[in-house]
Each structure stands twice: as structure tokens, then as C-alpha cells.
Design a protein around this ligand. Sequence first.
Ligand code: SF4
Ligand code: SF4
Length: 465
Amino acid sequence: MDEHDEAFRDRIATVNEKGKRVWIFAKKPSGSYYNKRQIVAYILLGLLFAGPHLRIHSEPLLMLNIIERKFVIFGQIFWPQDLYIFAVLLILGVVFVILFTIIYGRLFCGWVCPQTIFMEMVFRRIEYWIEGDAAAQRLLDNSPWTTEKIIKKTSKHVIFWLLSFLIANTFLAYIIGSDELWRIQTDPLGQHLGGFIAIVIFTYVFYGVFAFLREQVCTTICPYGRLQGVLLDENSMVVAYDHKRGEQRAKIKKGEDRVAANKGACIDCFQCVHVCPTGIDIRNGTQLECINCTACIDACDHMMEAVGQEKGLVRFVSEKGIQTRLPFQWTRRVKAYTLLLFGLFITLVILISTRKDFQTTLIRQRGSTYQMDEHGHISNIYEVNLLNKTQKSFKISFKLSDLNGEIQTVKSNLILQPETELKERLIIRFPISYIKGGTKKIRVLIYGNGKLIQRVKTKFFGPTL
Ligand code: SF4
Ligand code: SF4
């Protein structure tokens, strides 16, 4: 490549030589990959919007309430005490993303990421519907402000804003839950001013992202894209141009024999560039702006079919695959990450399946010492804290495993409400003859609705005999 060919490295495709934003008018894609993407996108959108309203055992499918520190995943409530499960889940997610990227490149960005799905399958499609395809959009943008332009632009932005409002509400429902969101929407404004302000802020953030910021989120803001350079290797499957087959690129001439003319398969039609939502030319090789949306594959396949050449000049392939024509290779790095992922997944399953519905802390009341009564009984006072992670309420009672002692609560009729904590003081008594050496290990049994729900060990203190 000469100096001119390398010019694409000087700046990103959406910035001109003066440092100004170049607006991308992406041509409407069509083809088998685009059809499949639409199916995936609309299934995911359905799940995303339904998510906060679907219930499992009256709990939402997913809720990440950071404010109240309540997290629900698949109807299971996770408390701050279950943070270790979240830590494993987080590590699992990171390893999965790394492994997935090593094998399949940025396929996630183009096919699963909500930013791309909303941008390409919702907002841009509305734009095509109102303003027409790329050429018509460019023409409209450059034309003076006529009635037609005002109507088109206003209706587009009103729909964009309304959609952003819908997304903001859904986003908030994942944080505070759909019931609380419903209260914000239906109660008098003054009762939920904070919630209302949050909806307005989120709406304008989403509107700004999808109406103006667009591909800049993927090319300059999202950190995942920046990781590509370290995660991808020559075996990673990416959307790539088969330069071995495509070069020397040249415009097509009627009736010419391209092989005899020493020309490659690429007819230099720029269709792959015109459909690209990030404005890059995939023929320059793998670039961090490429979100693997596969639109250029469809565009190129279409051109190859039109000129009677084999499809797949731009395809999903590794660099090694282009060089050697071999399929994906299981490298040592991929095997190691797969093993790690598998190990983490097993750990997570064990942690979730052994996670307890109750959590108890039992400590001696701070600053207290043992008491001795006139009948020769020693008593200790404890503070018990019982957390109920279930949606049922329980009548709580305490017993000692050692029948020589007795246990008493300060309050009678202890009810542990669903998803709450219960704090109580316990008085434990033992005859002095049972306390040898000043301490005794004891076990407190906790019953909920008459069934043993927890066993807690602690120490009982008395005089050194
Ligand atoms: S180069 Fe192709 S796959 Fe990459 S973003 Fe552009 S159109 Fe999508
Ligand atoms: S669409 Fe295919 S043939 Fe046309 S310029 Fe791109 S790679 Fe070359």
C-alpha cells in the first residue's frame, strides 16, 4: 500500500480533515444476514420490553435496584449478603465476553448489543421510512427548509423522542421495578419528583444517543470496542474482506476476462462502504470501528451475484482462514478460556444451589457480661439478626440443642416478614455446674413455622471455676 492507501489510518471515518463530524448516511441493508439480524433483534427487543413485567413467584424476571440494594435475577432475590455470587457472575461475564470475542470477534456488537439493535433496527428504520434511503436523506439534509422538510424532520424527531421515553421507562423499570414505575406514572407528580426527573433525564440521554450521537457510541465511547486489539488474533472470526481473492480491485468492464486482465474479484463498487453504519471500508482490514453487523457481507454478496461471481468476498472468516482456507482453529488460548469459563459456571451453579433462604448473625450483646441469679444460674444476653430472603412470613421460635440450658426472647410472638430482617435479643441460661473453664460452646436452633430453618454456633460465658 502506498501513502495514499494508508490515509484511512489518519483519522476515524466519521471525522473529516478539519476535525468535524462526518454524518453517516448508511444505505439500507438487505439480504439474508439482515433478515436473520431482524429476527434476532425483534426477539431480543420483545424480551427487553417484557422483562420488567414478567414475574416468577411474584418477583420480576430481572431487577437491579441499586438504590435499595435489592437484586432479582430470574425471580430469585439476591441481597447484599449474596454479593459473592454477584462477584462470580461478574467474572463469569467478563471471561465469557473475552472468550466470545476471541472466537467470534465483535459479533455481539452487531447482533446483540442494545445500542446497535435500537439504532439499526428501530431508529434507522424509522428514518428510512420517513426520509427515504441514504441518497434521499442526504438530499433532504442539504436542501433548504421547505414545508416537506419541516414535516419530515419534526415527525422523525417526535417519534424518536417518544421512543426514547419508552426506553427510559423500561430502563427505569429494570432499576426500581415495574410497580414503583407505575406509581411514578400514575400518582400525583409531587409524590415522586425524583423518579419523574430520572425519566426525563433518561429520555433525553437516549434521544441524544439515537438521534445525534449514534455510531460515535461504538467507535469512540464504548470500552469494549477498544479491547478488540488485545483480544483478537489471526484465528478470530470477524467480518473480513478476502483480500487474496479481491485484489487487484478494479471496476468491472462489460465482457472482460478479469483473470486474464489480472484483476481480483472486487469490482470496486463501494457498496460495502455505503451500507456501513460506522462509515468504514472493510477492505482496509479489521478496524476497531467495525461492529461486525454483517451489512457489508449482504451488500457484497448482492454485487457478486449481480456480476456472476462466487459470493463470500466479504464474509465471516479469520485472517488465517483467508490465508490458508482452513476453518476456525481451537488454539491453546481458546481451550484455556473455555476451561476457565466451564469452571466458573460450575462454581456459580454450586453457589446458587447452596444459597440459603435465611441468614443469621448471633453475637453477645456489646458491653454485656454474664449474670448470676440466686438459684445458681448463669445468663448471657445475645443479639440475633435474622434475614428472610423468601417471600413467605414465618413465626419464629428459638431452642437450644443442649437441653440443660434454656433460651428466652425479650418479645413474644416473633414474626419474620417476607424479605425483611428481624432483630431480637435472646437470654440464654445455664446452671453454673455446666460452665467449666469459663466458656461453653453452644448451638442455637431457629424454627420458622415450627420447622428448623437455621442452626447457629456461639459461645456462652460464665465464671472460671
Ligand atoms: S465494516 Fe461491515 S460489519 Fe463492520 S460495521 Fe461496517 S458494515 Fe458492519
Ligand atoms: S461490495 Fe464487494 S465488490 Fe463492492 S467494493 Fe465492497 S468488497 Fe468490492
